[in-house]
Design a binder for this molecule. Sequence first.
Ligand code: ADP
Ligand code: MG
Length: 362
Amino acid sequence: MKEIRFENVWKSYGKTEVVKELNLTIKDGERLILLGPSGCGKSTTLRMIAGLEDITSGNLYMNGRKVNDIPSGKRDVSMVFQNYALYPHMNVVDNITYGLRVQKVPKDEIKTRLDAVLEMLKLKGYENRLPKDLSGGQRQRVALARAVVKKSDFFLLDEPLSNLDAQLRVSARKQLVKIHEMYKQTIVYVTHDQIEAMTVGDRIALMNEGNLQMLDTPENVYHRPANIFTAKFIGSPQTNVVDVEYQNGNVIIGKQGFQLSQMWIKQIEQSGVDQFAFGIRPEHIEMFKTAKENALKGIVKYVENQGSSYGVYVDLEGQEIIAMSEDKNWAEGEVMYLKPMMNHIHLFDRETTNSIGYPKEL
Ligand code: ADP
Ligand code: MG
């Protein structure tokens, strides 16, 4: 079982706790994304798996074996870093196969693996080039190829694509998924980029300040965020979250309110929570020029062109709400009416910041 299991793992540097009580099982053969803002402990977590950082307390298991004291070289990992270093004096083929030659892998086997990876990563025709004669994207592919040919059980990547421009990133992402479908290693992939997380991940582990915030599929992380941090971190522009009151089936924001559907009323009543925050994504708000039942009156503050759509910033009872509009049909100072889509709202316990959960009807 190519499984990785963190059991109550803490990592501190002196008094600074960088990873806190991490309990996380990464499944055999999955692509697990470690996502979170800069400094939240992603690289440290990955480096503990790689055996490049000691564990302060707790246990780490790989392949069912406790590896706290097992050196990196005996963990069957291959790694790709953001600042991949190729050997400058070796050509592409030698860079890719160096590790295998050191391991004394038979020549035929090296050739088979090399051919496959050159093909897959579109490096045919560049075999004899030195790194200095390659573009950034090609060098990145060589670094990936070098890690892939090792056929390790565990493939660890730390922001491997962040040096590439947007177009190359998209194609490298696809290649990576293809590689994985062929080799089925267990992949742990660190990124701070939520789009990368969504497109590459089978599951996402979202971290903040050393704490695991949520571990779930991209769909659930987007549609069913476990807490306010997750709701705001995933999605762009970010989820609107405002403090609200709940009264007799109504959500009250300032002097206005809208009625919840029956399933939400039931959910609130089951939750035992009494102080709420209300969340809605900008893409889940309907906008109207005239008053509508259950729509809240606001004033347009400004409109931002986002290419495929427009972000409309609205003052709602003194709070700023962002809504997405397909047309540019909104002017500063204009009165408008916002209606949250009832199947896409989020309710949180203001005290714990945790979601109150989602109605089973959804
Ligand atoms: P991420 O990869 O999520 O950006 P890191 O895991 O690299 O974050 O770092 C997490 C935190 O640990 C950061 O606040 C960083 O400053 C701190 N840190 C990392 N390495 C060390 C170290 N060797 N000594 C002290 N603090 C460190
Ligand atoms: Mg990092």
